[in-house]
Design a binder for this molecule. Structure first.
Ligand SMILES: Cc1ncc(COP(=O)(O)O)c(C=O)c1O
Length: 384
């Protein structure tokens, strides 16, 4: 199988991740913080080490500001439902994944918030368009760092100061950038950073995190309350981070794998990872510019792109059909459809059929991409 679906979840994982999972599962898989025995302490130390690793990698304020979650969706729900109050105004964009847009639309439909969705242009959001929508009631601006459909990286360096100046909180969905675009929380005015551990940080599925910056202190509420392993006598959730926002037995095995993934990325550097993927995509972009009936969705700028690319297919070839043929006849895994982001497809005119998305990873080779475009040529010649 040639796996070109790393934007959904990365595969394979780097070897040290498998080793860390195996080692931890066999030696220390106890319930962290729930008991004083050595295995529980080792498990707690694993969580603590991973919080330090995240804090160092993204240059956060403190390790305890990293809240482990199940995935990016879980982190985004914690951020949105933890911050937004009835009567608030929230700004978002048409690039968002359903994990931002669905909770926001549900709050809007319940009559609790007013929602403004800023339109993108060829995959990019204009910071001035964000500025124009912010009002004194805007509590939150929620934005994806890179579109999971188009791979276009948004100018958050320009947007963050606008949001900060207006007094709103800035939530960045780094699902497609954590691990491939450097994010420096000391120089960027980001209040909440959400991401999965299972994409370009190479942890297993079931991992993710939310960074809660100092401006969220006293404002963010938990959306999952329960056991934290510490002071059990308190009738309500403790107020100290990270326990204020974490309840229940954490996925400490997954976090052990995630820590190994972060170390692997940190050694290579996010930008090197991104450049490898973008150079592979360049070959597909060149192919699409010559192939009859094919084109790419959004603007192609290799400097502001991550390793996800959407192809608009010829009219006679539905993305779903091509995805199925690639899987069954060529052993190639891609993702056809709307990619959980319907608004950007409406904007691009690719709704409801969607596009054919490919997303190479660090282990994808130029030969894999050659095989992919040769398969597309063959399918086009045979079926179109
Ligand atoms: C931009 C974006 N946000 C959020 C998510 C949700 O991530 P998860 O599946 O980890 O919840 C994804 C997943 O593909 C994504 O691409």
């Amino acid at each position: 199988m040639i796996y070109l679906d790393n934007a959904a979840t990365s595969f394979p994982k780097p070897e040290p991740v498998y080793q860390a999972l195996d080692h931890f599962a066999r030696s220390s898989l106890a319930n962290p913080g729930r008991a004083g025995h050595r295995m529980a302490i080792a498990a707690e130390r694993q969580l603590d080490d991973a919080r330090h690793a995240l804090n160092q990698f993204f240059r956060g304020e403190a390790p305890e500001r990293w809240i482990f979650t199940m995935n990016a969706t879980d982190a985004l729900n914690l951020a949105i439902k933890g911050i937004v109050r009835p009567g608030d105004h929230v700004v978002t964009t048409d690039l968002e994944h359903n994990s931002i847009s669905r909770p926001l639309v549900a709050l809007e439909r319940a009559g609790l918030i007013r929602l403004t969705r800023v339109a993108s242009d060829a995959g990019y959001v204009d910071p001035e368009a964000i500025r124009r929508t912010i009002t004194p009631e805007t509590s939150l601006v929620a934005l994806t760092h890179a579109s999971n459909v188009l791979g276009t990286v948004q100018p958050i360096e320009a947007i963050a100061p606008i949001v900060r100046q207006a007094g709103s909180l800035f939530l960045v969905d780094a699902a497609q950038t954590a691990g491939v675009v450097p994010i420096d929380l000391r120089s960027l005015a980001i209040d909440l950073l959400a991401f999965p551990g299972h994409k370009a940080l190479y942890g297993p599925t079931g991992t993710g995190a939310l960074y809660v910056g100092p401006r969220t202190d006293g404002r963010i509420r938990p959306w999952r309350e329960g056991g934290t392993g510490g002071d059990s006598s308190s009738p309500t959730q403790p107020t100290i981070l990270p326990y204020a926002l974490e309840g229940g037995t954490p996925n400490v095995l997954g976090v052990a794998g995630l820590a190994a993934g972060i170390a692997w990325v940190a050694e290579r550097g996010p930008d090197a990872m991104r450049r490898h993927e973008v150079s592979l995509l360049q070959h597909v972009v060149d192919w699409a510019s010559d192939a009859e009936g094919w084109s790419i969705a959004g603007r192609w700028d290799p400097d502001t792109h991550v390793g996800a690319l959407s192809l608009i297919t010829p009219e006679s070839l539905a993305p779903q059909d091509i995805g199925a043929i690639l899987d069954t006849s060529f052993g190639i895994a891609v993702r056809p459809g709307l990619h959980c982001a319907p608004y950007v497809h409406r904007r691009l005119g690719t709704y409801p059929g969607g596009t054919l998305r490919l997303s190479p990873g660090p282990f994808t080779t130029p030969a894999d991409v050659d095989t992919f475009v040769a398969a597309l040529s063959e399918i086009t010649a045979t079926v179109a």
